[in-house]
Design a protein around this ligand. Structure first.
Ligand code: ZN
Length: 503
């Protein structure tokens, strides 16, 4: 089914458009040729859609997900039993697009594709319907880039990174465990304690210097999204110090911190009793430094598949859980690890992870620097976003969930004292307005004149999970693509590729 209508009037909806300072105002939205336009002098020829009583928001933007490429396919192979879940833990590429659209999302980025796998990822993404989509390339894992960084050749570093982005049609540069693959491939994982350990083969280069020089390269190239950073020591007790040092390294420069929940743990190695939240000092630093942005990487309880460009972290997790795992892409420059994982509310570690993610959401002061994510499928499936939105917007619902988790976490987590509830406007910011701005998409995440007509209409409901899980109508570029959970059309989305400036 294709849409014949290119001129629409969404009449009388309740508009949530934080980028244009509209918080629940009743207004009309006019659409022509896939864009939002000013009210036309001649309204004839516009199809009127009654939006009265409905909440109108820009389409959702997921700036950190994993939906294509070799490690997603490895995820499908390693956990075939999870393919029978509804939704499948790692859906097919077509089902991924359909489920995102039915949820009101219209843009998605895969956050970790090895440069040499870019063509595979784009081939698959061509089959992901409806959404606009892009990839972040692990462009800094290439040996030639690391060598140029080690020689402190800024121009050559930027040229190599820019070439990778252009050839791989990437949107941004992702770094996963800076320098970590080098340690791991040399069998020296244990040597990699912090950001200041020299890399194997490059004694003058540390992860900290690598991060610093890559930020410079991304700035030189004028990429729309800042360096996307998954820092060292993911998942390890005591790793909050690595995240704090990472934030200090950027000192006033733009950088995006990925899935901070996985990097915010107190405690010492193998000492479960001391494991806990390291969020407070991190949030204090983050709140005071406007150039930094983040996504949370919330975990939610249930079965899923972990997949990461940080093979060392996957290996550690496999040893800790006894699950089978898969490492691959080592013939390419990026390393990836994949394994099934089941998050349980009675597990102390999992309960801490859950509480730590929510603590981040509830103690950051500026929603414009925060993107809602579960690091799909690592922390949870993206179809669980409405449940997460209810945890943020409904303190009583969150309290009931809190009362079911491991008792040691209930006693010690700062979450027990946090009563903040996200407003509809704030939920709108962290699911579309902020991620669009952070990702560098001026035509998305808002409903102003000239914006892409990516628009989601919800029925207002005190049950936020119900409200956000089934939009009444979803438009992509002005085409009705979903209605009450049913797919109405599946037009192709666009590939979002940035154009690096030649250094
Ligand atoms: Zn990720």
């Amino acid at each position: 089914m294709t849409a014949a209508v290119s001129r629409l009037l969404l009449a009388g909806g309740t508009i949530h458009d934080p980028a244009n300072d509209r918080d629940g105002v009743v207004a009309d939205i006019w659409i022509e040729d896939g864009r939002i336009i000013a009210p036309p002098a001649d309204p004839r020829g516009f199809t009127r859609i009654d939006a009265s009583g409905l909440v109108v928001m820009p389409g959702g933007v997921d700036l950190h997900s994993h939906v294509a490429g070799p490690k997603v396919n490895a995820g499908r192979r390693i956990a075939p039993q999870l393919a029978r879940q509804r939704p499948a833990a790692v859906p097919t590429i077509h089902a991924t697009g359909a489920a995102y659209a039915a949820l009101g999302y219209t843009t998605v980025f895969d956050a970790a594709i090895a440069t040499a796998a870019a063509r595979i990822a784009h081939t698959e993404l061509a089959d992901l319907p409806i959404l606009d989509k892009g990839i972040y390339l692990l462009a800094a894992d290439e040996a030639a880039v690391i060598a140029a960084v080690a020689r402190n050749e800024a121009r050559e570093t930027a040229r190599l990174v820019g070439d990778a982005i252009a050839a791989g049609r990437g949107w941004a540069v992702k770094v996963a465990n800076p320098g970590g693959a080098a340690f791991w491939k040399h069998g020296r994982r244990g040597d990699h304690h912090d950001l200041d350990t020299p890399l194997p083969e490059h004694p003058a280069l540390t992860p900290r210097l690598l991060l610093d020089r890559l930020v410079t390269a991304v700035e030189t190239l004028g990429l729309p999204h800042p360096l996307h950073v998954h820092t060292a020591n993911l998942g390890l007790p005591g790793n909050w110090r690595s995240l704090l040092e990472t934030m200090k390294t950027f000192a006033g420069r733009r950088a995006h911190l990925a899935h901070v929940q996985f990097h915010s743990y107190s405690g010492g190695d193998l000492d479960e009793g001391s494991f806990g939240s390291g969020v407070a000092p991190l949030v204090e630093f983050f709140n005071a430094h406007d150039s930094l942005t983040l996504d949370v990487g919330q975990i939610l309880f249930g079965d899923t598949v972990a997949m990461t460009g940080d093979a060392a972290a996957a290996e550690h997790l496999a040893h800790a859980t006894g699950m089978p795992w898969m490492a691959h892409d080592l013939h390419l420059e990026g390393g990836c690890g994949v394994l099934p994982i089941a998050y349980r509310e009675k597990s102390m570690v999992h309960a801490w992870q859950w509480a730590i993610g929510l603590e981040w959401f509830l103690t950051t002061t500026d929603p414009w620097r925060v993107a809602l994510s579960t690091d799909h499928p690592n922390g949870a499936h993206f179809t669980a976003y409405p449940h997460l939105m209810q945890l943020l917007g409904d303190a009583a619902f969150r309290r009931a969930a809190f009362d079911r988790i491991h008792p040691a976490v209930r006693r010690r987590s700062p979450l027990k004292d946090l009563s903040r509830e996200y407003t509809l406007q704030e939920l709108c910011i962290i699911t579309r307005a902020a991620p669009a701005r952070i990702a560098g998409l001026p035509h998305k995440g808002h409903l102003g004149i000239g914006a892409d007509a990516d628009i989601t209409l919800y029925r207002p409901d005190r049950d936020l999970a119900r409200m956000f899980s089934m939009p009444a109508k979803v438009f992509k570029a002005g085409v009705l693509v979903a209605e009450d959970g049913h797919l109405r059309a599946a037009p192709s989305g666009h590939t979002l590729a940035s154009r690096p400036v030649t250094p």
